[in-house]
Design a protein around this ligand. Structure first.
Ligand SMILES: Cc1cc2nc3c(=O)[nH]c(=O)nc-3n(C[C@H](O)[C@H](O)[C@H](O)COP(=O)(O)O)c2cc1C
Length: 399
């Protein structure tokens, strides 16, 4: 099965007694928090946004929230070996310009967090890594900052990442209720270069107390593209973007997308576990049924890179776990690749050094794949010969 290699997340294993003790302690704290959050039923009050973000961090760092059956299908992309690369390994150039800023490698540390003390530490660590290594960095949803301005400092990373490409973040449903100037204020406060507008209807449907009104989404995006004054990247959060949705986005002026496809972190899965812990049986059952819902990352990238759409920026996030995955996504047409949970897991398990180690490994594998396909730069990798196998063939010939 071509998808097998891409399911799940690899990260450093930390087996010391201390680390095991820390994990047990973290689980204990987490159970207490879930017990407490079961009492906070509406999910919308000021405090619960931070509680939910804290649950998300713990579940994603420690819990079993990967897709179960659906893979990214990146394993269906076989890059064709070049036995005569005709260049030095040091000739390989992974640099690019993304959203107007130079990056040393096509790596985005994708949107994760903000709004809590723990989130602030994570944001600062990850933004610092992005600065040092020439990656892009995505802030988590700035909704908490909008509702509780006192959490704004948890999103401020410019002192540790003065030059990195930093992406702000709001959900389309929340943005609908905000003026364009309010969104702009959030971006200015964080010093963001661009805005990610995230789409997450499947997750919201399963989330206890989640949003159920998804109307006016496209109109909201159009308004932001026209008026917010920085590039707008429309991103999913693990269910992928279809060609039909991509066309509608193009029609309202969107030039930048992050597919955030299926096969990595299942956000339905995250909310299913939260619903179960909160004793919300209908949501838990719905979540169990939808756990694997979504368009695999490779399929979404291939569909959006196909004829007629021509996005200026196409980011492949969602279960991208290795440099080989990244190379395959770029060969399908992505400009850059995003990593969320793998980085969080590494950071949680082994601190900043482990996160750097993971990303350095990704870069090394990507460089090797480029050399071995005779691709001197990313433009060449995007044209590199590849063989598409298995289920991905069916997706690519679909609508
Ligand atoms: C702990 C965590 C929190 C996240 N929070 C956000 C968020 O606030 N906004 C957003 O657009 N995406 C958010 N995401 C989704 C990721 O950006 C990404 O689209 C998704 O997890 C798929 O990537 P992965 O398989 O590498 O985790 C979050 C992901 C994680 C792991």
């Amino acid at each position: 099965m071509c998808g097998e290699g891409s399911v799940g997340v690899s990260g450093p294993s930390v087996n010391s007694v201390g680390a095991r003790f820390y994990r047990m302690y973290a689980y204990f704290q987490f159970s207490l928090k879930l017990w407490w959050s079961a009492r906070l039923v509406d999910g919308m009050a000021d405090g619960t946004i931070s509680d939910r973000k804290a649950d998300h961090l713990e579940l994603c760092a420690e819990g079993d929230v990967g897709f179960r059956e659906t893979s990214t299908l990146l394993g269906c992309v076989r890059l064709v070996h070049d036995a005569l690369p005709d260049m030095k390994a040091s000739d390989v150039d992974t640099s690019l310009t993304l959203l107007g800023k130079p990056l040393r490698a096509p790596i985005l540390i994708a949107a994760m967090t903000g709004g809590t003390e723990q989130a602030e530490r994570i944001n600062r660590d990850l933004a610092g890594i992005a600065e040092e290594r020439g990656y892009a960095f995505g802030l988590g949803s700035q909704r908490a900052m909008h509702v509780r301005p006192q959490t704004a400092s948890t999103y401020r990373v410019r002192d540790v990442a003065p030059t990195a490409l930093v992406l702000g973040n709001v959900g389309v449903v929340q943005a609908r209720g905000m003026t364009t100037s309010e969104v702009r204020l959030l971006l200015d406060d964080a010093g963001a270069d661009a805005l990610c507008v995230h789409l997450n209807p499947a997750m919201e449907l399963v989330q206890p107390g989640g949003d159920r009104d998804f109307s006016q989404g496209l109109a909201t995006i159009e308004r932001l593209v026209e008026g917010v004054g920085v590039p707008v990247v429309v991103k999913e959060t693990g269910c992928g973007i279809s060609r039909g949705v991509a066309r509608r986005l193009r029609d309202v002026g969107v030039r930048h997308v992050d597919v955030s496809g299926a096969g990595g972190t299942s956000w339905v899965g995250v909310e299913t576990l939260r619903a179960g812990a909160a004793g919300d049986e209908p949501s838990r059952r719905l979540g169990s049924a939808l756990w694997d819902w979504g368009i695999p990352t490779a399929a979404s990238v291939a569909l959006l890179a196909g004829p007629g759409l021509r996005f200026e920026t196409l980011v492949a996030t969602g279960g991208v776990a290795t440099g080989l995955d990244a190379a395959r996504a770029i060969a399908l047409g992505a400009h850059a690749t995003g990593f969320a949970r793998p980085v969080l897991k590494a950071l949680t398990a082994g601190g900043r050094a482990a996160a750097v180690d993971l990303l350095a490994g990704v870069e090394a594998e990507l460089r090797a794949a480029m050399l071995l396909t005779g691709s001197r730069d990313l433009a060449a990798l995007r044209r590199a010969p590849r063989v598409i196998t298995g289920e991905l063939v069916a997706w690519m010939s679909g609508p």
